[in-house]
Design a protein around this ligand. Structure first.
Ligand SMILES: [Zn+2]
Length: 334
């Protein structure tokens, strides 16, 4: 597991959390919110470890007894709650029994430390009875407890619950930070890390390495298609669309259409800002710059709308060949 000092790109969140470490005092309850895969859970665990650490200070030492117990997942004062599929249910949920168990535990004193830390992960899936039960605890928090609620979408929580929590926001990570995380923590090659950083849109935890070759291919096709549009190479655009249509996995057509939209968005950004600073697909920024010189801003705007429409058409199950054929036609005629 990570230490607080190894959490990258979340300076704002870390500032709040570090200020609450000794000699500071943590609040009773927090909401960690932000997109999936940007490090909310890792940060919650790292912070809990720092709160339990026998040496105190700005981070966990990693070697004292409490630190080792957190690392091994058997610290008696650290409670983790996460969604589960319960009997007769079809989807994962945090239900009232989870919350009752938690409240029960919080009514006892901590066994070994100054306080109990409870992490409720995936709180988006908490049902209403569970949320109401939790609300009572949040209104009158028992003794020495710190409750961390993790939710990617704040709107999924009852407003009454949110109002009781101290909000700590997690943002998508900057490109450079993701590259560094992937290299140092997952041991990826520089090339793969750069591609992954771009394709995960700042949320490295949201994407498994196995997804990389497929996404890379979708993107390559998307860039090829845009290039055909730029040069009015209809026959080649048609060949590419036919290939996608024949592909056993129709998801690849949808993936390619998504990528077309994203790539066009990036090229528009390069044109408007006269640089690549806000580009998502940073690892192919040179190719994007070249493409931007071959397309007018007007055509790019049309292309963006057309790509959004094409994605809608796919939702109505219109086949990839026709969808992409129309997309090409629409752009050619402008
Ligand atoms: Zn320690």
């Amino acid at each position: 597991m990570l230490r607080l000092s190894q959490i990258m790109g979340q300076e704002n969140a870390l500032k709040t959390l570090k200020a609450a470490l000794p000699p500071g005092q943590p609040a009773h309850s927090y909401l960690f919110t932000g997109p999936d895969g940007v490090g909310k859970r890792s940060t919650a665990l790292a912070w809990a470890q720092a709160l339990f650490c026998a040496h105190g200070g700005g981070d966990a030492c990693g070697s004292c007894k409490p630190c080792v117990k957190v690392e091994k997942g058997n610290h008696p004062d650290l409670i983790l709650v996460k969604p589960e599929i319960r009997e007769k249910k079809v989807k994962e949920e945090i239900d009232i029994d989870h919350v009752r168990d938690l409240i029960g535990r919080l009514s006892y004193r901590p066994y070994e430390s100054q306080r109990i830390v409870a992490i409720v992960d995936g709180a988006d899936s908490m049902n209403v009875p569970a949320a109401n039960a939790l609300l009572k605890t949040l209104e009158e928090p028992p003794g020495e407890t710190v409750i961390i609620i993790i939710a990617s979408n704040m709107d999924s929580l009852l407003p009454t619950v949110v109002s009781r929590l101290r909000t700590v926001r997690f943002a998508p990570l900057p490109y450079g930070a993701v590259v560094e995380i992937l290299r140092s923590q997952r041991g990826m090659s520089a090339e793969d890390a750069k591609t992954m950083a771009a394709l995960s849109k700042g949320a490295p935890g949201s994407l498994g390495e196995e997804a990389l070759p497929v996404l890379r291919q979708d993107r390559a096709r998307a860039m090829e298609f845009i290039s055909f549009v730029a040069d009015a190479r209809g026959a080649e655009a048609f060949r590419l669309a036919t290939e996608l249509d024949k592909s056993a996995d129709k998801g690849r057509a949808d993936g390619t259409l998504d990528m077309i939209r994203e790539i066009v968005r990036d090229i528009i950004s390069i044109k408007v800002r006269r640089g690549c600073d806000k580009v998502i697909n940073m690892d192919v920024s040179e190719e994007l710059e070249k493409l931007s010189g071959r397309l007018t801003q007007r055509k790019l705007m049309m292309a963006y709308d057309a790509a959004v429409n094409a994605a809608h058409m796919r939702k109505w199950n219109i086949n990839p060949l026709l969808t992409m054929g129309l997309l090409y036609q629409e752009l050619k005629e402008r």
